[in-house]
Structures are given as structure tokens and as C-alpha cells.
Design a protein around this ligand. Structure first.
Ligand code: NAD
Ligand code: UGA
Length: 480
């Protein structure tokens, strides 16, 4: 029986390994983590992450060929293939701070593998890493090898949160990069055989190591660039009276462009887009390519601009002040169908409003109060560094309440902001909400989930990203 061990039981390690276990009954898969509480949760009925379809997959193979354990060293020692799916956050200090990837967790994982291994292993980079990381890992492993042979593969993960299980069941492609040597090719074949249990062969792409590592950063940069492109267009739509949904639809009809990933929004969030582009920018700068670096930097600048623009719209339309006003925030997760709040645009919007002394009442169906309070009191980039968790700031806690119902959040609020596209926000009783708000009552839709016309008929003043503006908003232009 082939034995797989995965270091890191997070959003990638957990679902990816659960699907491998489900599709490959002949393989034993053990997911290990230094966080004991995470492992305990994976072994309980309340999994540590919310992902549609995940519970069923885990329940059907946990205890058979899928195991979660905090005995990291034992399971690494026993494995034939070790996946490394640990965090690779942005560095917060030192050389490259604010841009470069922090490989501390990766390096300590590699050193531990070298320490405990007594048999040959294939080590698979599952985390998103800078190009050439495999070379660094290889050096750590071979310089500490005690006769054990290692093959390093790059096998980046392309799943998106909220659709992780369907993405893993039917991936657009699986990418495997390895050394172009006989041993390297054998290792690629061994990993390919795992995926071939359910992924059609033509979807399993094999490349050299550096192409695989760079393709992952490139894919995320391209995806984020599409969103920044449509978001930049949304500002121009508001200025000209065009409707960004109509523009996206017309543009996306061109089969060369395609219709996916063209939804204007308050900005992209999530743990990876910003981090991976910053990492790409840093690599370009290190390779003496400032023009290329500046090109990709712009994707993040437009994203920041979009979030600022949204906050400025809110403040300027409410007579240039939200001080002491209650604002309801509907949705805090970075997208629907996940409880993940890493780099969610809601953090920037809420902090912008708190900076103007608003009182916030926040509702999200999947995010806990503790998480929201923590996110709002954390410094930029600290969220992905478990040891650096910041204490909550008492002043921001006072200004923020978290409630478990959209109507409760909106009661008595001057304005309502939709920051995550949860389906339930489409069908709220907006008349009831309107009746319980002081007038004028505002809706700021950062995800284009409501029908602005219908809400205007109720009496709301409505701002929807990239849509023709109410006359009220035209009279109070926001400066970004
Ligand atoms: P995560 O924070 O959810 O999980 C990482 C886990 O690794 C944590 O539970 C942490 O405790 C554990 N860990 C850290 N060091 C360890 C060690 N030495 N030994 C054992 N466990 C250790 O992160 P994630 O979202 O799963 O992302 C992991 C990697 O995958 C990142 O590089 C990310 O860029 C990449 N990625 C993420 C996604 C996504 O949707 N979240 C998608 C594709 C790729
Ligand atoms: C993204 C990529 O889609 C995955 O392929 C990749 O594996 C992953 O990053 C990663 O490397 O971590 P994810 O961040 O989970 O996945 O979710 P996306 O669906 O890509 O959404 C990212 C952000 O963009 C969200 O805030 C979403 O609301 C926003 N978005 C997405 C838009 O604003 N408009 C769109 O049209 C699409």
C-alpha cells in the first residue's frame, strides 16, 4: 500500500487529501499538522473549515484510509510521498517585507522531513511557493540526508474555496513539475498514477519544476488581473452611465475572452491573490525586471483603489460623515460558501468606516464574532502568521457588534453594505428592512446582488458597483 502524508491540515491539505483518499482506496493518507486543535476538529463532527460537500467526503473515508494526526514525525517517517501544504505568507519583516514569501514554515517542514526520514521519499510542493523553492528544499534535504534519497516535485493546487470539492473532483488540469532525470521522471510517474485514479490523462500536465512553480503564480495573477480589469471598468461605468454587468456580458461573449471571472466587486480577497502577486512582483524585482514588476503591482493598486472608492462612496453619500451612524454590514467572508475571512475586502471597508467613527453591526452566516473582532484588530499581513496573533483593540471592539441575522444588523441602521454575495441576501424582505431604518436609507451593494430598481421603488438610495448612479450620488461625488 502506498502511504501518503500531508503536512498542513488547512484549506488545501484537508480537502485535497480527503479527495485523494476517496478516489484511491488502495492508498493510505494521513494529514498531519502542528496545530493540535485543527487535527482535533478534523477528527470531530465539526470540521475546522466550511466547504460544501467536504463533510460527506471526509465521513466516507475517515478511519478507513484517511487519518488526521498530530504525530507529525511518525507519519512523515512512514510515508512514501510527503505533500507539504503549509502556509507561505507574505514576509512581515526583514528583507523583502511586505512582498516576498515567508518560507519559515516550509523550511522547518523540510528540516523535519530530513530529520525523521529513514527511507527514500518523494516530497511534493503543494503550497504556493516562489520559483526555485524546490532547489532550496532540495538543498536542505540532500545536505541532511543520511543516505536517504529525495525527489522534489511541484504540484501546485488550483482549487478555489467554496467550490473546492467540485474543483478537486474535476480539475481543469493537474500540474506536476519535476527534474528531467530518470529518477525525476519516475517520481513524476508515481504522482501521476495517484491522480490517474480519477483525472483523465490529458488533464495531467507534466513540466519541469520551474514551469510548474511559476504557472501557479501566473494563474493567480491572471485571474486577479481580470477582476482588477473589470473593477477599473466599473469606475468608468459609474462616470459615464454604462452598466458594468452589460459591459462584462458583451465583452465575455467574445470566446477569446470568455465570460468567467468578470464580475465587478468591492475588490478581490482571499488568502492568495494579493500574497501571490506580491511574491511575483518581488521575484521580478530580484531578477532585474522592474517594468514587469510594476505591471503586476498595478493589479493590487486597482484592487486597493476599488475598496477605497467604495468606502468613499458610503461616506460622501451620507453627508460626508458616518460618525456615530450605525452601518449594517451584510457578509464578511471573502466570497460566498466559505467562512474564510483572510484578506477579505470586508476588513478594509470596515476599517475605513471605523476610521470615520461609524458603528458597525455585522452579519455573516459562516463567520464567528471572535473571528470578525480579531480580523478588525489585526495588522496587515499578520493574519497568516499564527504565532503573531494580535490582541484585540478594545476601542474597535466597542464600535463593532456581530449579530446572527441580517434584519437585526439592519435595524436602525442608516446604511446597509453588502460585502459578500451570499445567496440569502438576494431574497431578503427589503421592505421590512427599509421600514426599520432612519431615512434617507442607503444600500451600498459591493457585490451586485440586489436589483437596484426594485430597491429604489421601496425608497432606498442605492449604490451598486459599476451601475448607473442615483441622482443623489451624482450630486455627492466621491473622491477615491
Ligand atoms: P492554512 O493556513 O489553512 O493551512 C496551513 C496549515 O499548515 C496550518 O494548519 C498550519 O498549522 C500548518 N503548518 C504550518 N507549518 C507546519 C509544519 N511545519 N508542519 C505541519 N503543519 C504545519 O493554509 P492553506 O489555505 O491551506 O494554504 C496552504 C498553501 O496552499 C499556501 O501556500 C497557499 O498559498 C496555497 N493555496 C491555497 C489555496 C486556498 O484556497 N486556500 C488554494 C491553492 C493554494
Ligand atoms: C483563487 C483561485 O481561483 C484558485 O484557482 C487558486 O487555487 C486560489 O485562489 C489560491 O491559490 O488560493 P479563491 O481565492 O479561493 O481561489 O477564490 P476565487 O473564486 O478565485 O475568488 C477570489 C476573490 O475574487 C473573491 O474575493 C471573489 O469574490 C473575487 N471575485 C471573483 C470577484 O470579485 N469577481 C469575480 O468575477 C470572481
Amino acid at each position: 500500500m502506498v502511504k501518503i502524508c500531508c503536512l498542513g491540515a488547512g484549506y488545501v491539505g484537508g480537502p485535497t487529501m480527503a479527495v485523494i483518499a476517496l478516489k484511491c482506496p488502495s492508498i493510505e493518507v494521513v494529514v498531519v499538522d502542528i496545530s493540535v486543535s485543527r487535527i482535533t476538529a478534523w477528527n470531530s463532527d465539526q470540521l475546522p473549515i466550511y466547504e460544501p460537500g467536504l463533510d460527506e467526503v471526509v465521513k466516507s473515508c475517515r478511519g478507513n484510509n484517511l487519518f488526521f494526526s498530530s504525530d507529525v514525525e511518525k507519519h512523515v517517517a512512514e510515508a512514501d510521498i510527503v505533500f507539504v501544504s503549509v502556509n507561505t505568507p507574505t514576509k512581515t519583516r526583514g528583507l523583502g517585507a511586505g512582498k516576498a514569501a515567508d518560507l519559515t514554515y516550509w523550511e522547518s517542514a523540510a528540516r523535519m522531513i530530513a530529520d525523521v526520514s529513514k527511507s527514500d521519499k518523494i516530497v511534493v510542493e503543494k503550497s504556493t511557493v516562489p520559483v526555485k523553492t524546490a532547489e532550496a528544499i532540495e538543498k536542505i534535504l540532500t545536505h541532511n540526508s543520511k543516505g536517504v534519497k529525495y525527489q522534489i516535485l511541484s504540484n501546485p493546487e488550483f482549487l478555489a474555496e467554496g467550490t473546492a470539492i467540485q474543483d478537486l473532483f474535476a480539475p481543469d488540469r493537474v500540474l506536476i513539475g519535476g527534474r528531467e532525470t530518470p529518477d525525476g521522471r519516475r517520481a513524476i510517474k508515481a504522482l501521476k498514477d495517484v491522480y490517474a485514479h480519477w483525472v483523465p490523462e490529458e488533464r495531467i500536465l507534466c513540466t519541469n519544476l520551474w514551469s510548474a512553480e511559476l504557472s501557479k503564480l501566473a494563474a493567480n495573477a491572471f485571474l486577479a488581473q481580470r477582476i482588477s480589469s473589470v473593477n477599473a471598468m466599473s469606475a468608468l461605468c459609474e462616470a459615464t452611465g454604462a452598466d458594468v454587468a452589460e459591459v462584462s456580458h458583451a465583452v465575455g461573449k467574445d470566446t477569446r475572452i470568455g465570460h468567467k471571472f468578470l464580475n465587478a466587486s468591492v475588490g478581490f480577497g482571499g488568502s492568495c491573490f494579493q500574497k501571490d502577486i506580491l511574491n511575483l512582483v518581488y521575484i521580478c524585482e530580484c531578477n532585474g525586471l522592474p517594468e514587469v514588476a510594476n505591471y503586476w503591482k498595478q493589479v493590487i493598486k486597482v484592487n486597493d483603489y476599488q475598496k477605497n472608492r467604495f468606502v468613499n462612496r458610503i461616506v460622501s453619500s451620507m453627508f460626508n460623515t458616518v460618525s456615530g451612524k450605525k452601518i449594517a454590514i451584510l457578509g464578511f467572508a471573502f466570497k460566498k460558501d466559505t467562512g474564510d475571512t483572510r484578506e477579505t475586502p470586508a476588513i478594509d471597508v470596515c476599517q475605513g468606516l471605523l476610521g470615520d467613527k461609524a458603528r458597525l453591526s455585522i452579519y455573516d452566516p459562516q463567520v464567528t464574532e471572535e473571528q470578525i473582532q480579531r480580523d478588525l484588530s489585526m495588522n496587515k499581513f499578520d493574519w497568516d502568521h499564527p504565532v503573531h496573533l494580535q490582541p484585540m483593540s478594545p476601542s474597535s471592539v466597542k464600535q463593532v457588534s456581530v449579530v446572527w441575522d441580517a434584519y437585526e444588523a439592519a435595524k436602525g441602521a442608516h446604511g446597509l453594505c453588502i460585502l459578500t454575495e451570499w445567496d440569502e441576501f438576494k431574497n431578503l424582505d427589503y421592505k421590512k428592512i427599509y421600514d426599520n431604518m432612519p431615512k434617507p436609507a442607503f444600500v451600498f451593494d459591493g457585490r451586485n446582488v440586489v436589483n437596484p430598481q426594485k430597491l429604489r421603488e421601496i425608497g432606498f438610495i442605492v449604490y451598486s458597483i459599476g451601475k448607473p448612479l442615483d441622482s443623489w450620488l451624482k450630486d455627492m461625488p466621491a473622491v477615491a
